[in-house]
Write a protein that binds this ligand. Structure first.
Ligand code: ADP
Ligand code: SF4
Length: 676
């Protein structure tokens, strides 16, 4: 039953000439799809609207070829073809009564321009971002006039495509923010110098956009109120106060967050709590009467209500919570808030964008699959047969598989060897900053508890005979994986001689680490979260940790999840010794032996314990034994037991098995192809 305490979340709110049906606002977020996948993008955004988000925004949408982010997934509004393609997205959102917002974008010196080969633009001439060996040219007055024209023309097209809210985007280090910030605006004309001059372009963009949309659309300003660069950039208690005060009533809506890099805004749970942006954005509402939207990985309706009640925000903005559960608003509206699939803050969704691939999510296996596989997050086809299924293993793969099969109506038995469900997440959620990862288990366990056709057997370690005796029509093995001990990892492709067996541990054996072990070496050839999180945990417990990796940085793959800089800073601050760009050679006589990956120069480190974090192998003995015991076609394996990967892949594997069980072999993935 709907909880009247949450009624305020469902009030309508005026945004300029438009009215949002409620206060749930899906702020712009990358989908990794961009202009190459308009049908998939439309399906994704349409599902959000169906799930009750009153406003649904697109990802960044380039206004001109001088801002191209290829190969990353960005939208474009360069011409009428683009407008026609984008009207699909607006239509899909409108089909459910929500407002469609479009985030017009120019990246300035943060664009890539690998596709268009246009010279990069910037306020004052700037070295291109990251590693590209090129520089952006300084815009002259003519360029600024042109730029304003591009924004206007894109706004006209956005209106024609059917969007209700059109953005002026001064966030995330992109061109308008580059004009606002002293760090990047060193101009001496009327667009540089004092705050009034640095704000001039944004003011003009808002006015131009308003004129272009002819009163039909609201104009939103997305502003980074703190670049987190200290006094050299915009700060929430410095320049941002003047910027908001000056522009206060000009936009129809303020969408405010922290920048500069995206990693500050979508900070992972390892480095931020729910509502973490409040102290930065809270001042905005005091300076404007226009509605304000802000984000903070909101999943708790009580936290949302608190933000509204205390006058911090008017709209509950969400990117990741809407990815993990597109139906979050509807579930609250229907009094089913216990069913909200809460985001765990792992940033696997961010990784997809950084890898230039379509979005995926740890908690929501249907994310990105709405059009491609036709998966709906809340609807699943009824079972195709009356077969009963035994799922062995209650980790992410087994739990998701059992739940999705149960939702289809199968009689499901889930056998788990240990007392607690959760598998690998029981361990990973114990690591510093990763406690929210347990939500992967909690949500599934809770939802399984609601279905009478799923029986859960804990403390039931199954042998092959047990499985055969059980007599299920089909058996799914989801027994997971274990950390390997042979040193094979991302860089080392062959086993390594490790003579000191008794002092060598894997993450699975961390509880065996003697308290008396003073110096502990962690060798990370896995490059994701576990190696550095263990280093953090053990250092905090008083061990003297040396973290060694063949990569040039700590936890190198977390560059994809926008966490790498934070992780390395934390280890360095804690005093963990770092040895980078060294690969493992062996471990003999209490000496861990490494060699520089560039020169081969040896480096030995004496240690009392040596932790190998290099990769995982399937625990598939049960599966192998059963192959000769069960009739062909009645045994499957999924998740880490088949091919160890991150949690998102295990959940996906469980879900996919359930969707496809008993169905005719599915055709290849649907892909959007250029018109012949
Ligand atoms: P995945 O990520 O693929 O779900 P996990 O390693 O997280 O894999 O989970 C595997 C689960 O399977 C663990 O909880 C483990 O205790 C359980 N398990 C392993 N072997 C058996 C078995 N023979 N019988 C029952 N449960 C098992
Ligand atoms: Fe949240 Fe992780 Fe899903 Fe992103 S991938 S929405 S951070 S659960």
């Amino acid at each position: 039953m709907f909880n009247p305490r949450y009624a305020r979340l469902f009030e309508t709110v005026k945004i300029g000439p438009k009215t949002a049906p409620n206060r749930f606002y899906q702020t712009p977020h990358a989908s990794g799809m961009g202009w190459r996948a308009p049908k998939a993008s439309a399906a994704l955004r349409g599902i959000k609207a169906e799930g009750g988000w009153g406003v649904v925004a697109t990802e960044y949408c380039s206004i001109h070829p001088s801002s191209d982010d290829f190969p990353f997934g960005y939208l474009s509004l360069w011409d009428e073809d683009d407008a026609r393609a984008l009207s699909r997205i607006a239509d899909a959102i409108h089909a459910h009564g929500s407002l469609a917002a479009i985030e017009l974008w120019h990246g300035g010196f943060h664009a890539n321009n690998r596709l268009t080969r246009e010279p990069l633009l910037s306020p004052s001439g700037q070295r291109a971002h990251f590693i590209q060996p090129m520089s952006a040219r300084a815009m002259d007055k003519e360029d600024i006039a042109e730029f304003r024209r591009w924004q206007s023309e894109a706004a006209v097209r956005a209106r024609r495509a059917g969007f209700d809210i059109v953005y002026v985007y001064a966030g995330h280090d992109y061109l308008p923010l580059q004009f606002l910030s002293r760090r990047t605006n060193r101009r001496s004309d009327e667009y540089g110098g004092n705050i009034e001059n640095r704000t001039r372009l944004i003011r003009e963009m808002i006015e131009d956009t308003r004129e272009a949309v002819k009163g039909d659309c609201a104009v939103a300003l997305r502003l980074a109120v703190d670049e987190l660069h200290g006094p050299s950039g915009i700060t929430h208690d410095g320049d941002a106060q003047d910027i908001v005060a000056t522009l206060a009533e000009l936009p129809d809506l303020w969408d405010v967050n922290v920048a500069g890099a995206l990693g500050n805004d979508s900070k992972s749970a390892r480095f931020s709590d729910e509502g973490f942006q409040e102290s930065y954005v809270a001042f905005v509402k005091k300076l404007t009467t226009k509605p304000v939207v802000g984000v903070g990985r909101f999943t708790s309706p009580d936290m949302m209500m608190s933000q509204l009640r205390r006058g911090v925000l008017d709209f509950i903005g969400a990117a990741r919570p809407s990815i993990a559960d597109p139906f979050l608003p509807l579930k609250i509206r229907e009094g089913r808030e216990d069913e909200v699939r809460e985001c765990i803050g792992c940033n696997i969704c961010r990784a997809a964008n950084n890898e230039a691939v379509p979005i995926r999510c740890t908690q929501n296996p249907t994310m990105g699959e709405e059009w491609r596989r036709g998966w709906h997050p809340e609807i699943i086809a009824p079972k195709a047969s009356d077969k009963s299924v035994l799922v062995v293993g209650g980790g992410p793969a087994g739990l998701e598989c059992a739940l999705a099969l149960g939702r289809r109506g199968h009689q499901v038995s889930l056998a788990e060897g240990s007392r607690e469900l959760g598998g690998r997440v029981l361990f990973e959620a114990r690591l510093p900053g990763l406690a929210s990862w347990i939500r992967v288990r909690d949500w599934r366990q809770h939802m399984i508890g609601k279905l009478a056709n799923i029986a859960v057997y804990r403390e039931s370690a199954m042998t092959a005979d047990d499985v055969v005796d059980f007599g299920a029509d089909h058996v799914v093995i989801a027994t997971g994986g274990s950390w390997r001990r042979d040193g094979i990892g991302g860089v080392s492709e062959e086993p390594i001689v490790l003579a000191d067996d008794e002092m060598i541990l894997t993450p699975d054996e961390v509880d065996r680490l003697p308290k008396a072990a003073t110096s502990v070496v962690i060798y990370d050839d896995d490059h994701y979260a576990v190696g550095s999180a263990l280093a953090e945990m053990l250092q905090a417990k008083g061990h003297k940790v040396t973290y060694v990796t063949p990569a040039p940085v700590v936890s190198s793959w977390t560059q994809m999840t926008d966490e790498q800089g934070f992780i390395q800073a934390r280890l360095m601050t804690m005093g963990v010794s770092l040895i980078l760009s060294h690969r493992l050679v062996g471990c003999v006589g209490g000496q861990a032996q490494f060699a520089c990956v560039h020169t081969g120069r040896p480096k030995d480190v004496a240690c009392d314990a040596f932790m190998l974090v290099t990769g995982r192998v399937p625990k598939d003995t049960l599966y192998q034994e059963l192959l000769s015991h069960l009739p062909a076609g009645t045994l499957s394996r999924i998740g880490d037991c088949l091919a160890p990967s991150h949690i998102a892949d295990a959940v996906f594997a469980g879900h996919r098995f359930a969707r496809e069980f008993g169905e005719p072999k599915s055709a290849a993935l649907r892909r959007e192809r250029p018109e012949p």
